[in-house]
Design a protein around this ligand. Sequence first.
Ligand SMILES: Cc1cc2nc3c(=O)[nH]c(=O)nc-3n(C[C@H](O)[C@H](O)[C@H](O)COP(=O)(O)OP(=O)(O)OC[C@H]3O[C@@H](n4cnc5c(N)ncnc54)[C@H](O)[C@@H]3O)c2cc1C
Length: 385
Amino acid sequence: MASYDFLIIGAGIVGAAIGYRLAAQGRVAILEMEAQPGYHATGRSTATFVETYGGRAAHLLTTASRPFLEDPPVDFSDTPLLTPRGNLRFARPGQQAQLEQMLAACGPRIPDLEIVSQQAALALCPCLRPGLVDSALYEPRAADMDVHAIHQGYLRGARAQGAEIYLQTPLEHIEGTGGDNPRGRQGGRNWLIRTKDQMIEADWLINAAGAWADDIARLTGVQPVGIVPKRRTVVTITPPADMMTDRWPLVRDAEESFYFKPFAGNLLVTPADETPFPPCDAQPEELEIALALERMKAATGISAPRLSSRWAGLRSFTPDERPAIGQASDHPHFFWAAGLGGYGIQTSPAIGMITAWLLAGTPLPAASEAELISLIPEITPARFS
Ligand SMILES: Cc1cc2nc3c(=O)[nH]c(=O)nc-3n(C[C@H](O)[C@H](O)[C@H](O)COP(=O)(O)OP(=O)(O)OC[C@H]3O[C@@H](n4cnc5c(N)ncnc54)[C@H](O)[C@@H]3O)c2cc1C
């Protein structure tokens, strides 16, 4: 029988970030069903850090995560986690009001965020068709993330503090619950789990299973919060030989019907699709690939006779598209860390910090403490009960 204070289900970026923080506070185990952590959402992202992305919860969590990603502990990674790449969100004629709303919502938090003219937008990304662009919101301190380095930094750091990571070990069976839980067995810790190899007991079960988070809740008798995984498709194409693309920003339209950015010598393009899909090993569909290429061509004239690569992944949302972070309202030792949509990587430092604060009382950084605490009512899973 292995015995832990915290048993985390899922070694994607969310489970890894939480394991990294909690390992200093108690005995931690992470169960991961795949051989490779991050095989699903985390390993399939487009790796951007954008502080204007999503709603208020995403904004505050992302900004609170920036100091860690900019300046991680010395032994966390050999390479920088963030590399500057501005974010250019362009408005078509008649859409300027959308940019002004975004500037009003995010401007006070983000230095240098500004609305730029058509001329300035085309100087940043000369391939855009001039007739398409009225003006643009430019976020110069957006960045590319090294997702692999961030993820491995968390996992390595968790292990170094004594956490155990069980790969190819799905949570499939709950043997019992106990401790002060009135439903379960008496004595011992609160959760008793049978894996393929052994029995594990733990005080807390932390649900970081991404697209499978509602399945974990059902398995444990906890009320699901209504997670909806949505498939997103990505292609990479070779840019025209006469275009110097490396310094282009990440470019998207105001309504986010597509976006593109330079990516390892190619251009990464997505039609920003959001197709509800059951939890699975998501694969790209021809229709979405065709849409990505069509929207890219319409906006820039760039066409791609063949793809360099293609993939798809699942972004998982709660019904109100805010994350579910916190204790379940119907179980005293079940903790949700799910529904991170399209921003789970850029917010992962803050998710780890909030979880360690809620579960172990680890102090939050002074600079973001008030804002993170103000978010708790917006992200508590209790709002769905
Ligand atoms: C195309 C695309 C682009 C994206 N772009 C960005 C971006 O630019 N920036 C950003 O911040 N975010 C981005 N995201 C979102 C980001 O990838 C997710 O928010 C984040 O990876 C979610 O992390 P997670 O740990 O919750 O999920 P996952 O990475 O899916 O991890 C959950 C883990 O739980 C495991 N698991 C499930 N069930 C069980 C079980 N029963 N037992 C054991 N283990 C189990 C799974 O195998 C998986 O490894 C993007 C996502 C996609 C698909």
